[in-house]
Design a protein around this ligand. Sequence first.
Ligand code: HPA
Ligand code: ZN
Length: 332
Amino acid sequence: MKDLYTLPKAELHLHIEGTLEPELALELAARNGVELPYDSVEELRRQYDFEDLSSFLELYYATTAVLREASDFEALTRAYLGRAAAQGLRHVDVFCDPQAHTVRGVPLETVLDGIRSGLDAARTEHGITSTLLLCFLRDRPAAEALELFESLGDQLPRIDGIGLDSAEVGHPPALFEQVYARARAAGLHVVAHAGEEAGPEYVREALDVLRVERVDHGIQSLRDPDLVARLVAEQVPLTVCPLSNVRLRVVGALAEHPVLDMLGRGLLVTVNSDDPAYFGGYVGDVYQGLRDALGMTDEQAAALARNSVDASFAGAQRKRAVHAEITAWEQG
Ligand code: HPA
Ligand code: ZN
């Protein structure tokens, strides 16, 4: 068996705020004078026992409040990329949640300055390429998302695409039709979380109304055989997050996770870490977890890595280069 941590791979479903480890959270809280109701790393880590998506989001937004300056966002981004580089990451499409910051009075420009600096540094230091996608919070008004998008102005070229996240049930994709149309018209990539906790109809809406290029999570599609057939036929990429699904109780245990069955059925699945600081592992740990729990073969791992490259928003030349590295890993 080969080392899954050296398998060259891309990650397509990664919330930068979800890479905030307790150590950095407490350091930034002290530096920025932000009160967190937890005094130690251990106490903070003890909160990481989630019942569902909502219980996770509550803690996620609370700790996010420690991020205030551009240098905080840069430190966060650099820390993530350093860890992921050590686990074989070659390219990442990064999500960020601007509204989680703008509602606290942190300007969007500050957020973008910091994350962009971190991404630029990773290109030089680790050779990792990246794109940046802004996610709208679906449990806030669609009008606010539109307003945020319109407010980008001359900062629009600093982002590569948009996504949709936060509490899913009761907040269907179609509510965001208008802002997605604007983003598509501006030439941006468009993706959306759908079918994490809500049903297959949310996945259909994301495809038909928002016209997304990828579906984030999407595992509830398995409840609808016609939808599965369509996803196979159209080769719609699904960014599946196995450790997240277990921690948020979408799936009972990693040993029961359907991701390898999905791969076998011809779905274009990729595996990703989602919020690695909270869900027990970075992208290499996800691959290793699938080997440990499901007996994933080297062949399946390489197929998932190839899918991650194909479905990424990296350029064609970059994709070819990483593909060659995956082949070398297989032959090595
Ligand atoms: N789902 C929805 N919203 C999120 C997530 C997630 O897994 N992580 C951060 N925001
Ligand atoms: Zn997510």
